[in-house]
Design a protein. Structure first.
Length: 462
């Protein structure tokens, strides 16, 4: 009788349970004191999500790359100091004539110390600095949009878990209702049998007992499905397994709202979807990296300064522009310079590599331009199908309900056979389970459409 009901329940509950495994966060959320709505669960899940923490770290990393690229615009100072032995030397060794027969001796050594400072101020690098700064800036935007995408995925999952919990409760209530009808029918059949009524026999009692046993089995499975749905929701919210989670008592219903046109939804997805923004910013970043790689073909123009100082005892200073004493001197200067690095093919390979990455992202853009509208259309058709199915099955299950009530009433008055109850219950359980499954599918399709169009957090209150 309830085979279709069982399959519907098990598919939904298995989906909820499997999706929730392994999603517990390290930082548990505080235990709620009041019943939580869907929006409450979404907010707590976003707060506890480790994925968003990872995304925030990616943004910080991209920001540090921008700071690094920006730092290349400032002067670079390099300081070198030395301490060591130096030969003793006097001015008489070079004046009036240079003595060339001075022998080396360890006894004729003294100590010297020196300090050399160079400062380089880049003036023009043909884009090496500016293009890397552009790439880092667009990289930050890529990571920010990726964080938004992950947040949207979390909202999508919470919708799935929460509505899965409501579906499990509806199925549990259905099984309880059927179990109650069977118990009352069993009591009435026993009474009619004791009165010697011709409308019932012992076979009917056996059938009622058998169906009651099946209903009890399904009730336990319904309770299990509810428990698994709660566990999945708590895991997504970052709550401990043994924490108490009190959710709202709302029912699975279809909110009577107008569904936008497919064209408007596709256009919204194109203008607001994080993936599109990621690709657009990624292409700008890759373009800048290509230009930065090409800039390696050209020299760096810079302004350089040098200060050099050295001192040693027992060495006379020689003041002659033609002679520089490495152990005792003081001089400095400033000059305009150019530094050009020729690597014979390495730069060309780097440019080719960056262009390949750019072309790869272009292919990703083409894929997104084709498949995101297709995804929106699928979710849109899912929503329309679920709404129409719910409307169709609602009338069917209400009529099956009337059929069940009539069959039970006729049986109570001894005017109908027990088999009419079995047939009515089979139709009623099947139609009602299909009805609530259609509503569940409607809410999932709506959440998927919100994800596909980057819809902000909306009120899901019934």
């Amino acid at each position: 009788m309830m085979k279709s009901l069982l399959s519907t329940c098990m598919v939904s509950w298995a989906l909820v349970a499997a999706a929730g495994v392994g999603l517990a966060a390290d930082n548990p959320a505080p235990q709620p004191q009041a019943a939580l709505t869907l929006n409450d669960c979404i907010r707590m899940s976003l707060k506890a999500a480790p994925e968003l923490g990872e995304a925030e770290s990616d943004i910080a990393l991209a920001t540090s790359k921008l700071d690094e690229a920006n730092s290349y615009r400032f002067p670079k100072l390099e300081l070198t100091t030395l301490v060591g032995p130096a030969p003793i030397a006097y001015r008489s060794d070079v004046s009036p004539v240079v003595k060339t027969d001075r022998p080396f001796s360890f006894d004729a050594l003294t100590w010297f110390t020196s300090a050399d400072a160079t400062i380089i101020q880049p003036l023009y690098t043909f884009g090496k600095i500016s293009e890397n700064m552009k790439a880092a800036t667009h990289g930050i935007e890529v990571d920010r949009s990726r964080k938004q995408q992950r947040a949207n995925e979390i909202v999508q999952k919470v919708n799935e878990y929460y509505n899965g919990l409501l579906l499990a409760r509806e199925m549990k209530e259905l099984v309880l209702e059927i179990e109650e009808i069977l118990i009352k029918a069993r009591e009435k059949a026993q009474k009619l049998l004791e009165q010697g009524s011709d409308s019932v026999d012992e076979v009917d009692l056996y059938k009622l007992d058998a169906f009651s046993g099946i209903a009890t089995k399904y009730l336990e499975e319904a309770k299990k499905g509810e428990a698994l749905a709660l566990a999945a929701l708590k895991a997504r919210m970052g709550m401990p397994v043994d924490a108490e989670l009190v959710t709202g008592t709302e029912r699975l219903v279809i909110v009577d709202t107008e569904i936008p046109s497919l064209d408007s939804l596709i256009e919204k997805a194109r203008s607001r979807r994080p993936e599109h923004y990621q690709i657009a910013e990624g292409l700008k970043a890759r373009t800048a990296l290509v230009e930065a790689a090409k800039a390696e073909y050209y020299p760096d123009i810079f302004l350089g300064g040098l200060v050099s100082w050295a001192y040693a005892d027992e060495r006379d200073r020689v003041d002659n522009p033609y002679i520089t004493d490495p152990f005792k001197h003081l001089y400095g200067g400033i000059a305009l310079g150019a530094r050009w690095k020729l690597d014979f093919g390495i730069t060309g390979a780097k440019v080719a590599s960056e262009r390949a990455q750019y072309n790869r992202l272009l292919s990703t853009k083409e894929y997104a331009d084709t498949n995101i509208p297709l995804q929106v259309k699928k979710y849109y058709l899912d929503l329309i199908e679920a709404r129409n199915s719910a409307m169709a099955t609602r009338g069917a299950y209400l009529n099956a309900k009337k059929w069940t009530v009539t069959a039970v009433a006729n049986f109570d008055f001894g005017m109908g056979p027990a088999k009419d109850i079995f047939e009515a219950l089979q139709a009623y359980s099947s139609m009602r389970s299909d009805f609530f499954k259609s509503i569940y599918n409607y809410h999932i399709a709506a959440a998927n459409l919100d994800y596909a169009t980057n819809e902000p957090l909306r009120s899901h209150e019934k």
